[in-house]
Structures are given as structure tokens and as C-alpha cells.
Design a protein around this ligand. Structure first.
Ligand code: ADA
Length: 570
């Protein structure tokens, strides 16, 4: 499942989820032996999934090949991949049709003049790392491989709509929308076509003509209109509007919500009212499914977060499944979406590498393109814990900040820094976000008070007294079931005490506008490389990996719920 609704009625869409042929290629023989013409000794796997959940492949990192047959009436076909970890080369009937880098965003490939009949689609997938990878080899989660989200093939006819972006600005009194829709159009036919494009959103209807040569791709805009009859999207009333776009031969459906997020006078304002974030960081991961996270469980994770009193989630550390973000849109829960520049592994030379910088830029552009219309996304995260106390880190931050400000719509742009007292890049973020682990990696629980005062002084010295702060990560590990009367490290009691101490401190501090606890649930991490962790898991979850609550879950719930009006329980 890619979205919570059908994106097309007229367009013929065929799901390619299900059984595929599969073989690992540890010696990289597939290229020279031309496996795109047929994979030898293949077994059957189910797509979407990660290969690491297959017996014997838990630790497999490298190349694997996927293949399946499908029937098509032919013509102009568009292959849509929800996400493939990490690098993919795609072949149709043995011929290469495209390449994509990056594991967590959808990509599409168009092929013209396909004959009617049976075809073979082959994907060479590689999840290994080199110096130019994003993320780098060192990560604190499990870098699974495979076709992790749905695949489909669409048949495009005539003037087709490839994507849309609803751009709007709200008036100061929030009563009027100034709106226009950007469309990416494509002529799938063999002749020049002039077609009528119809767009409707929130009671506004647009109609205009567009002329496209055969094979041409073109960006068009509707006129800008003013709309006054609409409801704002908010936590209490997450109003969503259908976006309907059609041509004589094609259509595209989407959803949008209208809200205004800004930082003013040291506060976050959502639709003009102060908005304080009560959040948690969440990996889209499960021990039985890896990144191929089932949608039914997504809903359950959201229910758990809401029950805990959260109003926001951080999608640490990569773009999440669009269906998950659809659910957040529907529930009025805000979201921080970021790309997997997870800095711990990025040395200065890597931050300066033009290939890495370009790949990061491309990932930001893809994230913005595919997630632009989601009202729940209020924050774009540029990167996490890079060397933001160096010129290399500063330059990267500056570049991505101006990019996201330019193309990202109405969003807060920030990054998570673990250089609270030495960061030199705070100028290039709307809110200062700190990852800090007193009481775990440094100092004891009581040292938090001094840390905050030291940081306040540093912020002041930099001249950012009015720049608000989010504690974007803090916490400590507890092994599920490890209970005691004493509160010592690794026990559930210690974790609960640490988090309660932090929240009580942060939530009463006028400089802080939000908290994202590290982390929602325990997450599988590398068994061998770099980071070595008890059980092979990062155990800082409020829940264990199967979503059973630890003592900290109830401690946080009591505090978060105390400051919310939410009463829902299950
Ligand atoms: C960092 C990082 C997280 C996680 C955390 C930890 O802040 O951003 O992904 O690794 O540390 O548990 O140490």
C-alpha cells in the first residue's frame, strides 16, 4: 500500500506486489553473466519485504536480483517503485531502463513503445556502502536491503499527470487562502496534443489548455485564486481536501490540508496559536518486517503514540511510507521528516565530497516532491548529528537550508545537533534542535540542569536568544523486563526516572518549544559493525521492539497527558 486512497480511476494501474524471483549475488557475477536476461537458481520471495527476514540472510549486505513477469497491453508504461534499499538498476526485457540512488523515497521510470504481451522486469538492488553513501556504513539501525515498498506499473495515455503540488499562502488573519496548483504533465502519445486540464481543490475549479509535443514533460500552473470557504488543518480538526486533476485520458487524486506554521517571538505558532511539541522519535522498523513495515501496524503505532499523549513524531532518520504520513494527516499529528544523513559516520572529507552533497540535495528534492502536500509535515530535517561545529558542516547546512526554504513550502527547516556547546551552524535553522544524552552517555541525571544553563549562555553569546529550542533526542536504555526496586542503569526504573527528570525540566523552560524522546521502541541495530549494543538492539525504546510498554512509557504518558486535553485511552 502506498497511499490511503486510490490515486487513479482512469489510469490503468497494475500492482506488481507479490511473488518475485530472487537471488543474492555476493560475488557480483550478475552483471557479467547478464542476469537481467534471467536469474539462475532463483527462489521465490514476496515483494515488498526486506531480504534480511529470510532465513540465512539476516546479515546479508550486497547485491541481490529480483525478477518477475507481467502482461501488459503495451504503449507507454510507467514503473513506480515505492522504495528500494539502496541503489537500484532496473531492466525491462533485459534492457536497462533506469537507475536510482537512495533507499526511502519513491521513484518512477517511464518506458515508451512497449509491445503488447508478456514482459520481464528485473531489478538489481545493492545495499552496500562506500565513502559516498548516504547513510554511511556506520548507522545505529539495521540497514536492511530489498524492495521495501510497493511496486506497480501504470499505462499512460495521452496527456498524463505525473505529479502535483498545491501551493498556498494564508492571509495574516488566516481567513483567506491564495492558492495555485503546480502540475507535472507528460505527453505519453506519439503525436502533439492540445488537451484540457481540469483541477479541483477545496471548492476551486480550474480549467486550462496545454499543448505538449510527443514525449514532452512540462510544468504548468493553474491561475492563483483566493478561497475563503475552508477549514484549517489542526490537531483538533484535521480538515483534509481532495485534489482532483484530470485530462481527457488521465487523472490523479491527492489530498491536502491548509495550515500555517511559523516561528515567532521564540515560539512555534500553528494557525496563530502557540504549539508545543510533545513528541517521540520513531524508526519505521519492526523485527519481523524491517523497513517493509505493514500498514496495519502503522496505525497501531500511531494509536500507541496518541495514547501516550504525543502530538508529534519525528521520522528518524529517513522519509517514512507515504501511507503512514497519510494517517498522520488524518489524525492531526505533526511530523518531522528528514533524509538519512546520519552524521556520526560522516567525516569532514565526506561532508565536502561533491557526490555526497549532490546526493543529499537530490534526496531533499525527492522528499519535497513526494511529500509536499502533507499538512502533517511541519518540519524538514536536513541532517542529524553531522560535524556542525566545522566549516564543512556549516557549508552543508547553509546549502540545504536555503534549498528547503526555497522549495519546501510552509515548513520549519532545521537539523538535529549533538554539538550544543560548540555548534557554528545555528544561523541556518529556524529552531535549534539538540540531541543530548546526559544521564546516559555523559554526566549523571543531575547534570542536566548545568548543561541547560551552559547552553543558554552559549546561545546568548551567539546572539540567538530568541531562537527557540527543541530537545530532539534524549533518553537512556532499558532492557525490557529488567525491573528492580533500585534505579540503576539498564533497568526500566532508571530509564523512567531519567525521562521524567528531563521532561519536567524541559517542559517548564520558556526556551524549549518541544521534546522528541529517543525513542518510540527498541530498534535492531548492527550486530557487528561499529556500534555494538546489548542484544543487537538500541534499547532506548519506551516500548520494546514488539511494542510492549516499559515503565518509561507510563511515566512519559503521565507527564505528556497532564499537559494535554486528550482523554482517549484504549
Ligand atoms: C544519536 C542518534 C540516534 C541514536 C542515539 C543513541 O543521537 O541520532 O539515531 O543513535 O544517538 O541511541 O545513541
Amino acid at each position: 500500500m502506498t497511499r490511503l486512497f486510490d490515486e487513479h480511476i482512469k489510469r490503468a494501474v497494475q500492482s506488481l506486489d507479490g511473488a518475485w524471483k530472487f537471488a543474492t549475488d555476493p560475488d557480483n557475477r550478475g552483471d557479467s553473466e547478464r542476469w537481467q536476461r534471467g536469474i539462475p537458481n532463483a527462489q521465490t520471495v514476496i515483494v515488498p519485504s526486506v531480504w534480511n527476514t529470510q532465513l540465512g540472510l539476516l546479515e546479508y549486505e550486497g547485491v541481490a536480483w529480483y525478477e518477475r513477469q507481467f502482461f501488459s497491453h503495451g504503449g507507454t508504461l510507467r514503473f513506480v517503485f515505492g522504495a528500494v534499499m539502496t541503489e537500484s538498476r532496473v531492466y525491462l526485457d533485459g534492457e536497462e531502463i533506469g537507475y536510482h540512488y537512495g533507499g526511502f523515497c519513491p521513484f518512477e521510470l517511464i518506458v515508451r513503445d512497449v509491445t503488447s504481451g508478456e514482459h520481464r522486469l528485473t531489478v538489481r538492488v545493492d545495499n552496500s556502502f562506500d565513502e559516498q553513501s548516504i547513510p554511511q556504513a556506520l548507522v545505529d539501525w539495521y540497514h536492511c536491503g530489498g524492495i521495501i515498498r510497493s511496486v506497480s506499473v501504470e499505462r499512460l495515455e495521452g496527456v498524463s499527470i505525473l505529479s502535483n503540488r498545491v501551493e498556498y499562502e494564508l492571509s495574516d488573519d488566516l481567513c483567506e487562502l491564495n492558492l495555485r496548483v503546480a502540475l507535472e504533465l507528460y505527453n505519453a502519445s506519439e503525436k502533439e496534443i492540445k488537451d484540457t486540464i481540469r483541477v479541483s481543490v477545496a471548492g476551486a475549479d480550474f480549467e486550462f489548455e496545454s499543448l505538449l509535443k510527443a514525449g514532452e514533460c512540462k510544468e504548468e500552473f493553474t491561475n492563483a485564486v483566493k478561497i475563503t470557504d475552508f477549514s484549517l488543518w489542526s490537531a483538533e480538526n484535521p480538515a483534509l481536501y481532495d485534489v482532483k486533476i484530470s485530462t481527457s485520458s488521465d487523472d490523479l487524486f491527492d489530498r491536502v490540508g491548509f495550515r500555517k506554521i511559523c516561528v515567532s517571538d521564540g515560539k512555534i505558532l500553528l494557525n496563530g496559536s502557540e504549539y508545543r511539541i510533545r513528541g517521540v522519535n520513531r524508526h519505521e522498523d519492526h523485527p519481523d518486517f524491517g523497513f517493509a513495515f505493514p500498514s496495519a501496524l502503522m496505525r497501531r503505532d500511531i494509536d500507541i503514540a496518541v495514547d501516550m499523549g504525543c502530538n508529534s513524531l519525528r521520522g528518524a532518520h529517513y522519509p517514512n511510507n507515504p501511507a503512514f504520513v497519510d494517517m498522520l494527516d488524518e489524525r492531526g499529528i505533526t511530523f518531522w521528516s528528514e533524509i538519512p544523513i546520519w552524521g556520526v559516520g560522516f567525516e569532514e572529507s565526506v561532508l565536502l565530497d561533491p557526490v555526497v552533497i549532490r546526493r543529499g540535495e537530490e534526496m531533499h528534492r525527492e522528499m519535497v516532491k513526494h511529500y509536499y502536500n502533507h499538512p502533517s509535515i511541519i518540519i524538514w530535517g536536513m541532517h542529524n548529528e553531522i560535524l556542525s561545529d566545522t566549516v564543512a558542516g556549516l557549508e552543508m547546512t547553509k546549502k540545504y537550508y536555503s534549498l528547503l526554504k526555497e522549495i519546501g513550502g510552509n515548513r520549519i527547516v532545521t537539523y538535529a545537533s549533538n554539538k550544543a556547546l560548540s555548534d557554528i551552524s545555528f544561523e541556518y535553522c529556524d529552531i535549534i534542535c539538540l540531541n543530548q544524552y546526559n544521564g546516559w552517555y555523559e554526566g549523571d541525571i543531575e547534570s542536566w540542569g548545568k548543561f541547560i544553563e551552559d547552553f543558554r549562555a552559549y546561545r546568548s553569546k551567539l546572539g540567538f536568544d530568541n531562537k527557540p529550542v527543541i530537545m530532539s533526542e534524549f533518553g537512556g536504555a532499558a532492557v525490557y523486563g529488567h525491573r528492580n526496586f533500585e534505579t540503576y542503569r539498564w533497568s526500566e526504573e532508571y530509564q523512567a526516572r531519567l525521562l521524567s527528570h528531563c521532561l519536567n525540566l524541559f517542559l517548564g523552560d520558556p526556551m524549549m518549544v518541544g521534546t522528541y524522546i529517543w525513542q518510540f521502541c527498541d530498534v535492531r541495530t548492527s550486530y557487528e559493525a561499529g556500534i555494538s549494543r546489548a542484544r543487537g538492539y538500541n534499547n532506548k525504546g519506551l516500548l520494546n521492539e514488539y511494542r510492549n510498554p516499559k515503565a518509561s512509557f507510563f511515566a512519559v504518558k503521565e507527564i505528556y497527558r497532564n499537559i494535554t486535553k486528550q482523554t482517549k485511552t484504549f
